[in-house]
Design a protein around this ligand. Sequence first.
Ligand SMILES: Cc1cc2nc3c(=O)[nH]c(=O)nc-3n(C[C@H](O)[C@H](O)[C@H](O)COP(=O)(O)O)c2cc1C
Length: 193
Amino acid sequence: MGSSFPIGIKINSADFQRGGFTEEESMEVVQLLDAEGIDLIEVSGGTYEQPAMTGTSFKKSTKEREVYFIDYVKKVRKLLEAPLMLTGGFRTVTTMERAISEGELDVVGMARPFTLYPDLPNRIFEGKLTRIEIPNPKTGIKIVDNSGFIDIKWHEVHIHRLGDGKIPNPKLSAYSGIGLNVSTILKKLLFGS
Ligand SMILES: Cc1cc2nc3c(=O)[nH]c(=O)nc-3n(C[C@H](O)[C@H](O)[C@H](O)COP(=O)(O)O)c2cc1C
């Protein structure tokens, strides 16, 4: 690509699977990439703000994973020369500013907020948005709602809406995500694409 082309990587702190990608391995990989002169390392795999907000509704395992993620970030920060970006759960401008000013990271990453606020950075820099509210649509079917599948699909529906020139609709039902998935499967079966 040449030295004028910036290259970054998004990497998980761990994959939380037995026998899977561990924290040690993740740290080893980022250090190797850093030594190669990578331009940006984006860490994901947890939720930055949730332990602070501490919802009792969160499962113990989820809370432990989030805390683990933040610990990983603090450790990896000390090992790197490359700018560090973190993605996962940033929802308040105060936390974003604190994370940057305290030197925990260099770049704040966000994903889901952009599907509802495509002009998010402008709104933040103009002081029009201090807390990002993202709906958590539910089907009412516990096993489906707990899987995280609906959440991803719901945001995917919004990405399609934006692609079609439509405006985001926070009131869209959880079932819209299932609808998108069914139509994708049908298209593949009928048209092979
Ligand atoms: C629709 C959708 C698709 C995603 N696809 C990917 C992906 O292909 N690769 C990846 O590393 N993360 C993917 N993610 C995860 C996000 O990049 C991000 O790490 C995660 O949503 C947490 O950040 P957030 O709390 O700001 O949304 C996806 C998320 C959503 C909602």
